[in-house]
Design a protein around this ligand. Structure first.
Ligand code: CP
Length: 309
């Protein structure tokens, strides 16, 4: 019950329940209400890869709920001396009540979950999954559109290496979304993911041009080309900067259409878009705090009160 490694670890009802908890926790996330639900609990933030949002929002979430955080990074620890992931996780099992782990190797979160007793939250495993990001993405979509049901979502950019879109596409089709996947040929969504989505009855289209897709979109989800995952710099150079969304591209869009991005952005979204009502990516990043609060409570078996005041 406590681990969250892929979105398969949550039913649709559990997803909606966590989103409800996150909504009630919003004043706590903003610091306007004190609610120490996790007092005495310790989170280990295990980051073997760079992060700004995931790491800091986990820390903010834990601290806003009265808990404390052990921060780990592969720089400045005994990983540099050759300590294995298994041995490192045995230490964390004794030091903390729960761990969020980010690791460059796909499957590392599941391996960690299998290695320890404490709950493991996957904070991104290589080009695999990023389910806590998906939960904050769903929170953002749900709060903007009033529902997760039957939306037309355009996923754009690096769909091959981008773990956020792997997890998000799985979750969205469970709520009846139609997906259009816009990428260069070399960065298409892995075939096995597309087949799996279609086997669940999802409408999935693939395209290379973004412009044609914009007018019908409820959500445009931009992603960064994941430079660090390319085996060859020349291959990256061929696709770098391939998609760029500007405010001027949005004339004629649906009024409620939102533009999302897990961030960091490089050049996929022009700053001209930031001041439009469609831009949701900074709010989306903040939403990591209430959503991760709700996920920490769920994994630690702490009930969020039905009325928070
Ligand atoms: N969205 C996201 O995972 O951002 P970070 O890499 O900064 O954690």
């Amino acid at each position: 019950m406590g681990d969250l490694v892929t979105m398969d670890d949550l039913t649709n009802d559990e997803i909606l329940s966590v989103l409800g908890d996150a909504n009630r926790l919003l004043p706590v996330a903003k610091g306007t209400l004190h609610l120490p639900l996790l007092e005495g609990k310790v989170l280990a933030n295990m980051f073997f890869e760079n992060s700004t949002r995931t790491r800091m929002s986990f820390e903010a979430a834990m601290k806003r709920l009265g808990g404390s955080v052990l921060n780990f990074s592969s720089v400045g620890t005994s990983v540099a001396k050759g300590e294995t992931l298994f041995d490192t996780m045995q230490m964390i099992d004794g030091y903390a009540d729960i761990a969020a782990i980010r690791h460059p190797r796909q499957g590392a979160a599941q391996y960690s979950a299998d290695s320890v007793e404490i709950p493991i939250l996957n904070a991104g495993d290589g080009a695999g999954n990023h389910p806590t990001q998906t939960m904050l993405d769903l929170f953002t979509i749900n709060n903007s559109h009033g529902s997760l049901d039957g939306l037309n979502v355009i996923l754009v950019g690096d769909l091959r290496y981008g773990r956020t879109v792997h997890s998000l596409s799985h979750a969205l089709v469970r709520f009846g979304a139609s997906l259009t996947m816009v990428s260069p040929t070399s960065l298409r969504m892995p075939k096995e993911i597309v087949s799996d989505l279609r086997s669940h009855g999802a409408e999935v289209n693939e395209a290379e041009s973004l412009q044609d897709q914009i007018p019908d979109a409820d959500v445009i989800y931009m992603t960064r080309i994941q430079k660090e995952r390319f085996p060859d710099e020349d291959e990256y150079a061929k696709v770098a900067g391939i998609y760029k969304l500007r405010a001027s591209d949005l004339s004629g869009v649906k009024k409620a259409m939102i533009v999302m991005h897990p961030l960091p952005r490089v050049d996929e979204i022009d700053p001209s878009l930031d001041s439009t009502d469609h831009a949701k990516y900074f709010e989306q990043a903040f939403n990591g705090v209430p959503t991760r609060m709700a996920l920490l409570c769920r994994s630690l078996g702490v009930e969020v009160p039905k009325k928070v005041s």
